[in-house]
Design a protein around this ligand. Structure first.
Ligand code: NI
Length: 253
């Protein structure tokens, strides 16, 4: 069984969520973790976890959405963080690639990390062009979780592992220009790797350019097999075990 630890199955991207879920299930994906990004998508997360057995949820405000939130947005997350099948705070983090107010990004990130600590929930973290700063902030909070779409160095990966973070590996590792992440996959022990699609984004080769969906974690798993010289069963079992270890209190299969 495979687990997609990060996707965004929201109505703004998909008109056919029933068939997307069915294709995931038919391809051996047993758990799909839908990550909220803003007020609207966080509400949809709650509906999706009720509607589909294999869907679990994370609630969070993503750095790109910090201009559209207020105190109610945080209250909503806190009010629902202990709902059935809500396993994490995510997607949260820092993005210095775009021109979003950095001070506000840090404030929103830290406020959500505070909620994670308070309710003892793992976090699913987005970090772009600011890996060291993300690490420093996470280290200062007593949290564990997943570095979604990990894009740092091998050395940095070891540091994240030491403070209780797993590395989310997705479609980028299949891209022809992928170098960094290929090195990370080769060097880092399988027990620190989890799979993700980030659907509808980051569609893996050979489907790049089309819409992504959770069934494509199979493609990611196969790429990891190729890079590490392992059998499919080894990668699927280990990555699933890693997710269950992190979320042991919240996912019961
Ligand atoms: Ni995402």
């Amino acid at each position: 069984m495979l687990i997609d630890t990060h996707c965004h199955l929201f109505s703004e991207y998909y008109e056919d969520i029933d068939s997307v879920i069915k294709r995931a299930y038919d391809n051996g994906v047993g758990v799909v973790v839908v990550n909220g990004c803003d007020d609207k998508s966080n509400r949809e997360v709650l509906e999706l976890v009720k509607k589909y057995d294999i869907v679990y949820g994370a609630l969070g405000i993503q750095p790109g959405e910090i201009g559209h939130i207020n105190d109610e947005s945080f209250k909503f997350i806190e009010d629902h963080i202990n709902d059935d099948k809500i396993i994490a705070i995510g997607e949260i983090g820092l993005d210095y690639h775009y021109d979003y107010d950095r001070k506000l990004q840090r404030r929103v990130f830290e406020r959500q990390l505070g909620i994670a600590v308070k309710y003892n929930k793992p976090v699913i973290v987005h970090s772009r062009d600011c890996i060291q700063e993300t690490y420093d902030i996470l280290k200062s909070f007593n949290v564990t979780g997943i570095m979604h779409c990990y894009s740092g160095s091998v050395e940095m990966a070891y540091e994240f592992n030491k403070i209780g973070f797993l590395l989310g590996i997705g479609g980028v590792c299949t891209f022809k220009n992928a170098k960094n992440i290929v090195e990370v996959i080769k060097k880092i022990d399988l027990e620190y790797i989890v799979l993700e699609t980030d659907a509808p984004y980051l569609t893996p080769e050979p489907y790049r350019g089309g819409r992504n969906e959770p069934a494509n974690v199979v493609v990611i798993a196969k790429k990891i097999c190729e890079l590490k010289g392992l059998k499919f069963k080894e990668v699927s079992e280990a990555t699933t075990r890693n997710v269950l270890r992190l979320f042991d209190k919240y996912i019961n299969l």
